[in-house]
Structure formats: C-alpha cells, structure tokens
Design a binder for this molecule. Structure first.
Ligand SMILES: Cc1cc2nc3c(=O)[nH]c(=O)nc-3n(C[C@H](O)[C@H](O)[C@H](O)COP(=O)(O)OP(=O)(O)OC[C@H]3O[C@@H](n4cnc5c(N)ncnc54)[C@H](O)[C@@H]3O)c2cc1C
Length: 190
C-alpha cells in the first residue's frame, strides 16, 4: 500500500510503503444515490441537511439520524474529511426524533435536541480503545480514553447484552439509563 502524507498546504510531505495483506481502507463517505442531488434535502456530498431538531428545513416531514446526516466540518483540512458518527451519538439522535414526533402529534412545538455525545468501545481484535467525548463534535466538555485487552472483552460482552435487549424489544432498560445517568451520559440536551 503506497501512502502519501499531506502537509497543511496540500503538498505531499512524506510517502511510505506499508505491507498489504489483510488490510482495510475506508473511502470518504457519501450519501446514497436515492437521495443525492435533491435540492434542499441533501448537501453536495449527499448527506441529509437537518436543523437542531433533526428535521429537514425544506421538507419538514423528513427527519434524519445517523451516518446519513450532514455535519459541518469542524475546521479546515488539506483534504476533505468527514466528521465521525458513532452508535451512542446516533441513539441520541433517534431519541430526540421520537420525542419531537410525539410533540408534533400532540400539536406542540418541537423542543428536543440530541446531545451527540460519544461513548464508544472500538475493538481492534486483541485489544481496543474506549472513549467518551461529550459532545462528539469539539469544543468538548469531556474527553476521556483508555486502551487494553479489557476493551475487546467488554465489546464482546456488550454485543451479547445489546442483541439480547433488542430481541426482548427493550431499547433502554431502566438499569442502563441509570448507569448512563450516573456517568453523566445523556441523550437529550437540558
Ligand atoms: C468499520 C467501522 C467500525 C465502526 N465501529 C464503531 C464502534 O466501535 N462503535 C460505534 O459506536 N460506532 C462504530 N462505527 C460507526 C457506526 O457503525 C455507524 O455510525 C452506524 O452503524 C451508522 O448507523 P446508521 O443506521 O446511521 O447507518 P447504517 O448502519 O449504515 O445503516 C444504513 C442502512 O441503510 C441501507 N440502505 C442504503 N441505501 C438504501 C436504499 N436506497 N434503500 C433502502 N435501504 C438503504 C443500508 O443497506 C444500511 O443497512 C463504525 C463504523 C465503521 C464503518
């Protein structure tokens, strides 16, 4: 694999060749063809434009959450990069949407804003990194990370727990909400 390291001015600062056997590369994300290019719905990369209530301003019957939403870059970079989106952050988006839809049905104005907090166990196979970023997009109030084999084990355990609760039809059991509250990890602002 031939890798070019780009300097701040866009020039090539260094190149290196890495062994390529079982490797993974993530290309830049873009929105799916079904929505790309619809004026007012998506940005030029095909991500859905939303307001602070996760709602599209042009098509108010459209709400969006997850990796498909348009998030403005946090700063200037020599090559365009996306903003990371992770599971807990996405759960906060869907919680805000569900609560806002409830308000719409009751004829009230929407008030719920997702925190976009990140709480992540990233598994690297034999180890991993756990991190909390509140909110995920800087400037942050909380920035914490730790690594080790325990993250891999925690992720394997979490997967079993997560699939189990979803199979039971319970998205957020009270003990999970309690544990997250104790850690100060909220899904809705305020
Ligand atoms: C390699 C990798 C590792 C990651 N690790 C972590 C992690 O450890 N922790 C964490 O929190 N997050 C992690 N993430 C991020 C997280 O997985 C994603 O942010 C999350 O899965 C996005 O969920 P989503 O529902 O928005 O989108 P997706 O999970 O991508 O779901 C979108 C779905 O829409 C379907 N679809 C697409 N086009 C159409 C169409 N035209 N019609 C109908 N259906 C369509 C797709 O098939 C897909 O099933 C990781 C991401 C990657 C790529």
């Amino acid at each position: 694999m031939h890798v070019e390291e780009i300097a701040d001015d866009g020039s090539v600062r260094a190149t290196q060749d890495l062994p390529f056997a079982f490797s993974m590369m993530l290309p830049a994300f873009r929105g799916v063809a079904a929505v790309r290019g619809i004026e007012g719905l998506t940005n030029p990369r095909g991500f859905i434009i939303i307001d602070k209530h996760q709602r599209n301003p042009t098509f108010p019957n459209v709400f969006a959450l997850g990796v498909c939403v348009a998030i403005a870059p946090t700063g200037k970079t020599p090559v365009p990069v996306g903003v990371p989106k992770t599971g807990f952050m996405i759960e906060s988006m869907v919680t805000a949407i569900a609560k806002n839809l409830g308000q719409i049905i009751e004829g009230k104005p929407t008030t719920n804003e997702a925190t976009w907090n990140a709480f992540c166990l990233a598994d690297f196979g034999d180890g991993g990194v756990a991190f909390v970023a509140q909110p995920q997009i800087p400037p942050r109030n909380v920035n914490w990370s730790a690594s080790g084999k325990w993250v891999h084990l925690a992720k394997a355990g979490f997967e079993k727990y997560f699939l189990g609760k979803i199979k039971r039809g319970e998205s957020e059991p009270f003990y999970e909400k309690l544990a997250l509250d104790v850690m100060g990890l909220k899904k809705i602002k305020g």
